[in-house]
Design a protein around this ligand. Structure first.
Ligand SMILES: Nc1nc2c(c(=O)[nH]1)N=C([C@H](O)[C@H](O)COP(=O)(O)OP(=O)(O)OP(=O)(O)O)CN2
Length: 132
């Protein structure tokens, strides 16, 4: 299996429901480094999985509606705790959709799996890996 990873970052604000979150029940900010790993069993005629520039552009387009936002106020996250894990799932699903509808070119059509990893600090990160 081949993989190609591109990296970006987002700055967000959010709060959590649930006593387990302690002070994080209050509105707070976070900067996440976002790694998107695209996996495919084969390369194209140019020996590419996906063009890196295209992968970066599509990741940016998926992150733009989240970046510099208070996620508590975004309808797409209504009723959700936007934990690091949940944001991985959300971004993975958006990237999988981009692969399916051709936004990542022919290379994207060959992608079978995507792993999204979010680093919230130097001591904690989470990931979600799923099919396209
Ligand atoms: N599994 C997860 N746990 C926590 C997440 C998360 O996204 N997934 N997020 C947070 C907070 O948003 C923040 O990142 C840390 O808040 P904090 O209150 O400092 O939580 P800690 O568990 O790191 O520290 P303690 O104060 O010792 O509880 C929290 N958890």
């Amino acid at each position: 299996m081949f993989s190609l990873t591109v990296v970006d970052h987002i700055m967000i604000a959010h709060s959590f429901r649930g006593e387990a979150f302690g002070p994080a029940q209050r509105l707070h900010g976070a900067t996440f480094v976002v790694e998107a790993e695209f996996c495919a069993p084969k390369l194209d005629d140019l020996h590419l999985l996906i063009d890196i520039g295209l992968a970066k552009d599509v990741l940016r387009a998926v992150l733009a509606p989240i970046d510099y936002r208070n996620l508590d106020a975004e309808p797409v996250f209504a009723g959700k705790n936007t934990t690091t894990e949940y944001l991985c799932l959300h971004i993975q699903q958006e990237l999988a959709s981009a692969c399916r509808d051709g936004r990542l070119g022919d290379g994207g059509k060959a992608v079978t799996g995507i792993k999204v990893l979010l680093r919230e600090s130097h001591i904690a990160w989470a990931a979600f890996e799923g099919p396209v």
